[in-house]
Design a protein around this ligand. Structure first.
Ligand code: 5GP
Ligand code: MN
Length: 336
């Protein structure tokens, strides 16, 4: 493991740097990555963000987005950049399986690997770790990494601030999850001072949906919501055909699970969707209920206690049945 002095020293001259983040990047994945990118380029580094897959259109407006490389679309270029990198920043994930085929390339690379993350149970693949599961977002950690570890508060410019604000806003569900502490609000205030236009960022992320996305949400809530009162659980499932019918794109299903969780008394909500190559589950829970445990034990996934995900190689119908069969085991926790 490196210490911060050696890492700072390494960053003292321009380096070839790759920043990467998890499969199907969300607001925090892209916000933290582009926040760090906009910081590093100010110091003359040759930095590039490589996303393992595409990500939703409501994140494309962020400063630096036009320079992002998507691995699945430019595999050879991405592989070359990873092989040539002197430093690889791994943001908002801590297990190489979360970056798909890129995991092997990053694992093999001789670059210094820096993990900045807030998920449980990190894998040992890094040389420097800035990790805190109490952080509400990786973007929060990138902020303190720049300001407190590298001691460059003056380099948090409007572009950096805009990206980090987006990461904190999206991962804290607009500043309302329990880990949105006073310290987080102070950071957010600093980001606004540094040039993040908070109201505009909310508009760009949350009031920027294509019509079909809202109609799809309406369809899910009217026709696909199942409430299992006995277990205080709500479930929404969607087939491939339904996704196609509503021309659903990457990110269009994001957040639907939260509507299921918003029903009074519901402690666990699931969104189960049939993708082309797998069935994907998104779980959300309230309070102490460990949604990540279900994902880890049964669906080859993980995540946070109240927001977790996983997948299944079975059919959609079988996955739904499996999910329902798990609930009796958790009944005491669910009806508390
Ligand atoms: P979402 O439901 O929004 O896809 O994911 C919620 C959280 O669950 C993510 O922040 C991530 O931490 C975790 N997560 C989602 N899918 C997976 C997965 O397949 N594997 C693991 N380990 N974590 C996941
Ligand atoms: Mn995150």
């Amino acid at each position: 493991m490196l210490d911060i002095a050696s890492l700072s020293e390494l960053l003292n001259q321009p380096r070839k740097i790759v920043i990467t983040t998890h499969h199907k990047p969300d607001g925090d994945a892209m916000g933290s990555s582009l926040g760090l990118y906009n910081y590093l380029v100010q110091q003359g580094h040759h930095a590039i963000v490589i996303a393992p897959t595409d990500y939703p259109e409501f994140l494309w407006w962020m400063p630096g987005n036009e320079e992002v490389i998507i691995y699945t679309e430019k595999t050879e270029t991405a592989a070359r950049l990873i092989a040539e990198a002197e430093i690889i920043f791994c943001l908002d994930f801590n297990h190489l399986s979360r970056i798909n085929q890129m995991g092997e390339l990053v694992g093999e690379s001789s670059a210094v690997k820096v993990m900045i993350d807030h998920h449980l149970e990190p894998q040992d693949f890094d040389d420097y770790r800035y990790w805190n599961i109490n952080a509400c977002a990786t973007a929060q950690l990138v902020y303190s990494f720049i300001v407190e570890e590298l001691k460059h508060p003056e380099l948090v410019n409007a572009d950096v601030a805009t990206c980090l604000y987006t990461g904190i806003m999206t991962d804290s569900a607009s500043f309302r999850l329990p880990n949105t502490t006073a310290a987080v609000h102070r950071i957010v205030a600093n980001l606004i001072d540094a040039g993040a236009v908070n109201w505009r960022i909310h508009e760009l992320v949350y009031s920027n949906a294509p019509e079909n996305r809202l109609r799809f949400l309406g369809y899910c809530l009217s026709n696909k919501l199942e409430i299992l009162r006995e277990y205080n659980t709500a479930l929404i499932s969607v087939t491939k055909e339904e996704l196609k019918k509503y021309e659903s794109n990457t990110g269009d299903t994001e957040g639907i699970v939260n509507y299921a969780l918003s029903i009074t008394g519901i402690r666990l909500a699931a969104f189960i969707v049939e993708r082309t190559d797998m069935v994907k589950l998104s779980l959300r829970s309230t309070g102490e209920f460990p949604a990540n445990e279900i994902c880890k034990r049964y669906f080859n996934g993980g995540g946070h206690r109240n927001a977790a995900g996983g997948q299944s190689g079975r059919s959609l119908e079988e996955t739904i049945q499996q999910f329902k069969q798990i609930l009796p085991e958790y009944k005491t926790l669910l009806i508390q």
